[in-house]
Ligand binder design. Structure first.
Ligand code: SF4
Length: 741
């Protein structure tokens, strides 16, 4: 892109997906005139996908809210910030006073992970609210992996990621990094890295019920029946023991529970799982042998392995395989990043810790155990609908759209209508926020600073990078973290007029005192030039593993030093971290947590269950990640992406024609979608992307509404979940299909 006179260039971390590419944003006259990849970025090296350029569309989207909305009667009207907060102060405290803290639910969506203010201040609101009814998109996505990693390694984000630049064999299950650029694995330009892997003689094998874009470029693709990953993985572990291939290598003295795992996988012979998986027994054996025989190899699984009935067990077995084949914590295997800030596995005493706790409380209606402080999103509707002590009567949603993103979304929509009060922090009037009484919009990502709190903890390489705002925020528009502080003021009884700066000082001082003890004053003084998220970031960077320790290590990182390098600071390739990264009470990798052994016994009893005739799975598209992306012109143009993919065999059997409409019926409801015949589908499996269904009255997503698509989640069954993590089952749900005249 040419740099024309009058243009300035700014650098911004892309907020659209986990890959966190560095963008070069060209600005002239206060407008974005172009976006490209930032070639000098130490982490992404100039890579960009089509979504990155859509940041301009998001910024300019006329539907993006610029002022608060307050519902008067059944209509939203624009309001001043004072009017909006006054309305919240009028209506929320009486509910808390009359019905207790649990009467207010918090519902948090996936974009929160891409907004530093929301990620750092949202949990403060959760603590101030003190409700047990906390729900998030995590239980529609990655909670099983967080739970399995927490049980094995002692931290909710101590998740090993493939060391792709040094591996020679990668087995990928239920993931499509060619499109996603990694998930729970931050890896911009997966395509380039996979190409390099194969160019050096390495192999990629993909196991998926669809021949995805990743499967199409891989050396080998195996279809698997959706939801059967746990059986395949257990059988591979079985083969390692049966053929004396289980060798944890350097980790041997750091692993507990190997014998218990051997016993637990005994029923899962390759022959026993073959029918359930749809994979020949010989192939199961050869996969296990290849993994064991390759010096630098790794197993990686993602959304398909999480969003199933045995999501936690499947996520666990992936790392069991990595451990037993000597590939965990080794170059070219599955390794633990060392993030410069906010990583729990770099805090406290190295190598030992309290581990994680779950089930400290249960949901009121279904008795679902709390996990990571959350209840399953599939329990939200029943907690609103069911009368009694602790019934949810109000909700605060933050960048969440469960009406489209959670199973049985229509039920959630009806439940939200029953609330006495609902406030949403959101940049859109969407299918969920249309139910709110007050909507508080955040600023555009281009108008705020950014640091990725979570993703350096999952990155293929260690790095530090911060973005300053590209454009000034509109006058009088507070950043989201300040809106959250005002909400904290309201729920704490200080009122909407709370002195936001003073409240922030008090909260930060309290936290620093807890961690730094007698040094607290000196630490606070050291970071006193910053406010809000920047101060929290400076604190975390300086006390982190590369930090300057507030002057004790002068060469170390500070926020000022990271800001001075918008291209980022490379902190090197991943390096072995066991035992230092562990935070389990035993100080060992817990290979056989009792709850997972018990769940494997549940799976063993389930081995012979016959496969349903037809099941549905989702899919990801390179031009879509969140539902609001369907409202951005650069992403919405081109072929319609919400067709249901059907194998030619199934189409013949069901009388479905390419381009014609079909009715897809689940346990709860039906939707109508356009059929696309595809030999990429395993017979017996159809695929519809999620996040569509933009034809609901009251939402303001004009472009998305032109081609609304069908809502996959409307046909999914909200009674199905992984009992350990509470994660919804989104993959492999039985459906029927028939042509629509
Ligand atoms: S892969 Fe695309 S959407 Fe994701 S961070 Fe990079 S440019 Fe943004």
């Amino acid at each position: 892109m040419t740099h024309r006179p009058g243009e300035t260039i700014a650098y911004r971390i892309c907020p659209f997906c986990e890959a966190c590419c560095g963008l070069e944003v060209h600005v002239a006259g206060g407008h974005v005139v172009g976006i490209r990849g930032h070639d000098a970025d130490v982490f992404s090296g100039g890579y960009i996908c089509p979504k990155g350029t859509a940041l301009k569309d998001l910024h300019e989207d006329p539907d993006r809210l610029r002022a608060p909305l307050v519902k008067r009667g059944d209509r939203f009207v624009e309001a001043s910030w004072e009017e909006a907060f006054a309305e919240i102060e009028r209506r929320l405290p009486p509910i808390l006073a009359g019905h207790g803290r649990d009467a207010v639910a918090m519902v948090v969506g996936n974009p929160v992970a891409h907004k530093v203010g929301l990620l750092l201040y949202g949990p403060r609101l959760g603590r101030a609210l003190g409700t047990r009814n906390f729900f998030s998109a995590s239980t529609l996505d990655q909670m099983p992996k967080q739970l399995s990693a927490g049980l094995m390694f002692g931290g909710w984000l101590t998740i090993p990621v493939p060391d792709i630049e040094r591996t020679d064999f990668m087995l990928i299950l239920g993931a499509n990094p060619m499109v996603s650029n990694g998930s729970l694995w931050t890896v911009p330009d997966f395509r380039g890295k996979a190409k390099a892997l194969r160019a050096r003689g390495g192999r990629i094998v993909v196991v998926d019920p669809r021949r995805t874009e990743t499967a199409a470029m891989a050396d080998e693709h195996l279809f698997i029946r959706p939801g059967a990953d746990v059986f395949l993985l257990a059988a591979m572990v079985n083969v390692l023991f049966a053929e004396n291939l289980a060798r944890p290598g350097r980790l041997t003295g750091h692993v507990a529970g190997i014998d218990a795992v051997r016993d637990a996988v005994a029923p899962f012979t390759p022959e026993a799982v073959s029918v359930r998986c749809g994979i020949p027994a010989g192939k199961v054996r050869s996969l296990a042998r290849a993994l064991a025989a390759t010096e630098r190899a790794v197993v990686y699984g993602r959304i398909g392995t999480c969003t199933q009935e045995y999501g936690t067990a499947a996520s666990w077995l992936i790392d069991v395989l990595n451990v037993l084949t000597g590939h965990l914590d080794e170059p070219g295997g599955a390794m633990f990043p060392k993030a410069p800030a906010f990583a729990a596995n770099t805090l406290g005493k190295p190598g030992i810790g309290k581990g994680i706790a779950t089930g400290r409380r249960a949901s009121r209606v279904s008795g679902a155990p709390e996990v990571f402080g959350e209840l399953p999103m599939v329990c939200l509707a029943e907690e609103i609908e069911t009368p009694g002590e602790g019934q949810v009567r109000a909700a605060i949603t933050i960048a969440a759209n469960p009406v489209l993103s959670a199973p049985n979304g229509p039920r959630i929509a009806a439940a939200l209508d029953r609330l006495d009060f609902m406030v949403s922090l959101d940049i859109y009037l969407n299918e969920t926020t249309r139910h709110a009484d007050v909507i508080l919009p955040g600023v555009s990502p281009l108008e705020e600073m950014h640091y990725d709190v979570a993703f350096p903890q999952l990155a293929f390489r260690n790095y530090a990078r911060v973005s300053d705002p590209v454009l000034p925020p509109p006058a009088g528009h507070p950043p989201e973290w300040q809106s959250i502080l005002r909400l904290i003021g309201i729920v704490d009884g200080k009122g909407a007029g709370v002195d936001v700066a003073a409240l922030d000082e008090a909260l930060v001082a309290e936290e620093v005192k807890r961690v730094a003890g007698p040094q607290a004053d000196a630490v606070l003084k050291a970071v006193s030039r910053w406010r809000g998220p920047e101060r929290l970031l400076d604190l975390a960077l300086r006390s982190g593993p590369y930090g300057d320790l507030f002057g004790l290590r002068p060469d170390g990182l500070t926020l000022a030093k990271v800001k001075a390098r918008p291209e980022g600071i490379d902190l090197g390739p991943l390096a072995p971290r066991i035992p230092e990264a562990l935070r389990t009470p035993s100080g060992k990798v817990e290979l056989a947590p009792p709850v997972l052994l018990a769940d494997l016994a549940r799976a063993a009893a389930d081995l012979a269950r016959p496969a349903p005739e037809l099941v549905i799975v989702g899919r990801r598209d390179v031009r879509s990640n969140n539902s609001w992306m369907h409202n951005l012109p650069v992403l919405a143009k081109g072929p319609f992406r919400c067709a249901v993919l059907v194998s030619p065999d199934d189409a013949r059997r069901l009388g479905l024609r390419d381009g014609a409409k079909a009715r897809i019926e689940g346990a709860r409801r039906a939707v109508v979608a356009e059929v696309e015949l595809s030999d990429a589908m395993m017979p017996g499996v159809v695929s519809l992307p999620h996040g569509w269904g933009h034809d609901l009255e009251g939402a303001r997503l004009a472009l998305a509404a032109e081609r609304p698509g069908a809502n996959l989640n409307a046909v999914l069954d909200d009674r199905l979940r992984d009992p350990l993590s509470g994660n919804a089952v989104l993959s492999g749900v039985p459906v029927t299909m028939r042509p629509v005249a």
